[in-house]
Design a protein around this ligand. Structure first.
Ligand SMILES: *Cc1c(COP(=O)(O)O)cnc(C)c1O
Length: 391
């Protein structure tokens, strides 16, 4: 098997699993109890909190554990909207956000909020000056993702953060694809809130966090006990939190080496595809992109068919259409960068890890060449195109 879907999820690292296991079997105490079994769990939770805080230049008290990236995004946006509703009801975000942000914004629109969805350029970049221009006296929140999960484009978050700070507007970033991949510092970025998720950096699924800058007043997400300083009640997911901490520690240590390796493989794969498969387009920014992200649109074919044929060769990838999720619409991200529907449908995302090899990249290119050719031979669009070319 060749796994090229690391933007969807990553393999939990063996050392992360090892760090978690004792918190199922031995130190299973509830962190809120007074005896030492619970205290051991509490210490482990705090240590993970410290590790994660340090990794993003935050204070320990500013890290709130959640059940993942989607929950963190929901919390940040809904709670900020509710807390600031007296000041205004206008929110700024972009057309390329993850659904956890987009659908939350759409929900708020139904509650009477107004949302501006900013355009991006053909590489998927948000223009900080467009953010500035969209700010109104009643703007209460700006939410722009750090790096896009489909096309890998890395946004100018520090510049947008500086504008938000200057204008006194709360600023949230979904950094789920960025944590562990690129260095992050909440002060340099001037962010008030930042979402992250463990399973995108070789940690376990179902655990994430929201960074909330000290002094930012947003309501609790889950009401109940005093866990997470009363803002997100519920007995802590101790093994998950320990795993998240271990994953962040591991990712920070090897970030440079991992990025260098992935960039080399990425650029090799991009180069071979561009050179050997005609009528394709690289989606996303050529250089401001995540180390492991490759996304191509292949003309005249369906991404879903490519996925099925790649799967038969043991290659796990992802497409630019959402047919698998029961919708016929192509990806909103690919439409936002200006792709026509039929071209967006022919998109393929390959997201690498440092465990991939050059041999695997070669194998993928060889299979892909055959698959693209076979699908084009069956495509009436391609047939028309070839006829027109000959005429
Ligand atoms: C995966 C992802 C999420 C959702 O995180 P979960 O932990 O799976 O809920 C949110 N935003 C982005 C950019 C993602 O890639």
């Amino acid at each position: 098997m060749i796994y090229l879907d690391n933007a969807a999820t990553t393999k939990t690292a063996p050392e992360v699993v090892e760090a978690m296991l004792p918190y199922f079997t031995e130190y299973y105490g509830n962190p809120s109890t007074v005896y030492s079994l619970g205290n051991t769990a509490k210490k482990a939770v705090n240590e993970a909190r410290r590790t994660i805080a340090e990794a993003i230049g935050a204070k320990q008290e500013e890290i709130y554990f959640t059940a993942g990236g989607s929950e963190a995004d929901n919390w940040a946006i809904k709670a900020a909207a509710e807390a600031c509703a007296q000041k205004g009801k206008h929110i700024i975000t972009t057309k390329i956000e993850h659904h956890a942000v987009l659908h939350t914004c759409q929900y708020l629109e139904k509650q009477g909020f107004e949302v501006t969805y900013l355009d991006v350029d053909q590489d998927g970049l948000v223009d900080p000056e467009a953010v500035r221009a969209a700010i109104r006296p009643d703007t209460i929140l700006i939410s722009v993702m750090y790096a896009n999960n489909e096309i890998g484009t890395i946004e100018p978050i520090a510049q947008i953060g500086a504008i938000a700070k200057e204008k006194g507007v709360l600023f949230h970033t979904d950094a789920v694809q960025a944590l562990g991949q690129v260095p992050l510092n909440v002060d340099e970025l001037s962010v008030d809130m930042l979402s992250a998720s463990a399973h995108k950096l070789n940690g376990p699924k179902g655990i994430g966090m929201l960074y909330i800058r000290q002094g930012v007043k947003i309501r609790s997400f889950v009401h109940g006990g005093t866990q997470e300083r009363g803002r997100r009640a519920g007995t802590e997911n101790v093994p998950g939190i320990v795993g998240f901490g271990a994953a962040v520690r591991r990712a920070v240590k090897r970030m440079e080496e991992k990025a260098a390796k992935e960039i080399e493989l990425r650029d090799y794969l991009i180069g071979r595809i561009q050179a050997e498969i005609p009528y394709c387009r690289l989606n996303g920014h050529p250089v401001r992109r995540l180390p492991g992200n490759v996304n191509f649109a292949f003309q005249f074919i369906e991404g879903e068919s490519m996925l099925i044929m790649l799967d038969m060769k043991g290659i796990c990838a992802s497409s630019g259409s959402a047919c698998t999720s029961g919708s016929l619409d192509p990806s909103h991200v690919l439409l936002a960068i200006g792709l026509k529907h039929e071209i967006a449908h022919g998109s393929l995302r390959l997201t690498l890890s440092e465990e991939n090899t050059k041999e695997e990249m070669d194998q993928v290119v060889e299979e892909l060449k055959k698959i693209v050719q076979r699908l084009r031979e069956m495509s009436p669009l391609y047939e028309d195109f070839v006829k027109k070319q000959k005429a």
